[in-house]
Design a protein around this ligand. Structure first.
Ligand SMILES: [Zn+2]
Length: 443
């Protein structure tokens, strides 16, 4: 006699969850909602598959939230527990999200992992590079989602759907995020600054952007009253854990989690071959020749024009990029460069690429036109006004026959990559030390 064959084997399902836009300037952070979901799911016996995803969406999108992050994760659970899973998630969002903030559109999506097809993956890739169509998102949700909710409007659903399906086509990095206990939120973060520099040095090459060495700024601690104590960025999970173990934290923490992320991958960049291909509200990489002298304007912003041979566009290094601006100041017409940056059209401003990174490919000889030297004493003469000749400021010799002289400028720039400092770097922008010289052959 065999034993009873009546045991019920529940069918398993693998789901993909996406969450977006639960944060606001006042506090919450969407990564914390995911952290809590994973914790709660674990106590319910829902198994997390792989690592949770922190997906940064198009930084040039005008509807974006702070940081424009959406969160995704995959779980295996019994098919009949899906409702329970959804309830946990809804409770967390109502408990944690800034539902009453009009500009916050908290959203979540639950999809059967098997229903993630190329259409959905393509949609998620577009959300990182371009502006996606809300109707397209809603149609995909209708045909794909097991559950989907968008509060205060549907906009958050775009990010939630993207994070559920994202496949990291440009590679990935990691971020360890540690969370504060409730009592500490809004108070000064008690993280020992010296130990952050120490961790940075001891994990050099496999962590990045955790301090801005040049401007002596700690980058791991946010400045908002959110639950995030610190975030450490790196190239592998062990490395961010090592940095975390070195950093001295003088307050209790609730816990930490490591996310797989598209940060520092240039995932948002569209490579274009001509200026006319540049679409508004995208970030691009383009090669071109410098077409104007640099202009330093009030406020400390620097602008230069570049050309692809047909059209011209302005490139900009704004004041917060500090020393990066010197690279632009030293550009001269004829220099051949590659730039990375976003294009967000503004009224009353010529089309401008807001630079994230620049590569000097070759430097052109630049001839300056100078006033002639005084034939008597050798001092550089002064112009008396247009067509009025020159006068020597020292011996007062005057002439109407002298002309400007050409002189080859000694250039203060060498070919190579130049980055904005860590303090001004976008989440998605790849620091040049991670840059693969894939187009070396073309230059
Ligand atoms: Zn003289």
């Amino acid at each position: 006699m065999l034993g009873s064959l009546n045991t019920v084997v529940s069918e398993k399902i693998e789901i993909s969850v996406g969450i977006d836009d639960t944060d606001s300037p006042k506090g919450m952070c969407t990564t914390y909602v995911m952290y809590r979901l994973i914790e709660k799911a674990n106590t319910e016996g829902f198994k997390l598959v792989g690592m949770p995803r922190l997906v940064r969406l198009n930084p040039a999108c005008p509807f974006k939230t702070r940081g424009n992050a959406a969160l995704g994760a995959d779980f295996i659970l019994d098919y009949d527990k899906i409702n329970k899973f959804k309830e946990i998630l809804v409770d967390l969002i109502f408990d944690l999200a800034e539902i009453n903030e009009k500009k916050t559109n908290p959203a979540f999506v639950i999809i059967n992992k098997n229903d993630i097809d190329t259409n959905l993956v393509e949609f998620s890739r577009i959300a990182v590079k371009r502006i996606v169509n809300l109707n397209e998102a809603l149609n995909l949700l209708k045909s794909k989602a097991i559950f989907a909710f968008g509060y205060n409007g549907p906009r958050g659903l775009i990010g939630a759907l993207s994070a559920a399906a994202y496949d990291f086509p440009s590679g990935f990095t990691y971020e360890l995020i540690a969370y504060r206990i409730k009592e500490m939120r809004g108070k000064k973060r008690l993280v020992d600054e010296m130990s952050v520099y120490e961790a940075d040095i001891k994990t050099k090459g496999c962590t990045f952007d955790n301090v801005d060495q040049e401007n002596k700024e700690i980058k791991i601690t946010p400045h908002t009253p959110c639950p995030v104590l610190l975030g450490i960025r790196g190239l592998d999970p062990e490395c961010v854990k090592k940095a975390f173990s070195i950093i001295k934290i003088n307050e209790p923490i609730e816990g930490y989690i490591i996310y797989k992320t598209n940060q520092a991958t240039d995932d948002h960049i569209i490579e274009v071959n001509s200026i006319k291909e540049i679409e508004p509200l995208t970030s691009v990489s383009i090669k071109g020749k410098v077409a104007s002298m640099p202009a330093l304007i009030k406020g400390g912003h620097v602008f230069v024009e570049i050309t692809d041979g047909t059209d011209k566009i302005r490139i900009a290094a704004y004041e917060p990029t500090k020393n990066f601006r010197k690279v632009l100041i030293n550009l001269r017409p004829g220099d051949f460069i590659q730039v990375w940056g976003s294009y967000k059209p503004k009224d009353n401003e010529p089309p401008t690429i807001n630079l994230e990174k620049i590569r000097i490919i070759s430097i052109a000889p630049y001839v300056k036109l100078l006033n002639p030297l005084c034939p008597i004493c050798g001092t550089r003469m002064k112009s008396e006004g247009k067509g009025k000749g020159y006068q020597c400021p020292k011996c007062k010799y005057k002439t109407n026959s002298a002309e400007k002289v050409q002189e080859l400028e000694k250039r203060n720039l060498v070919p190579g990559f130049y980055d904005v400092p860590a303090r001004a770097r976008r989440h998605l922008s790849k620091p040049s030390f991670l840059e693969v010289l894939k187009d070396e052959r073309q230059s």
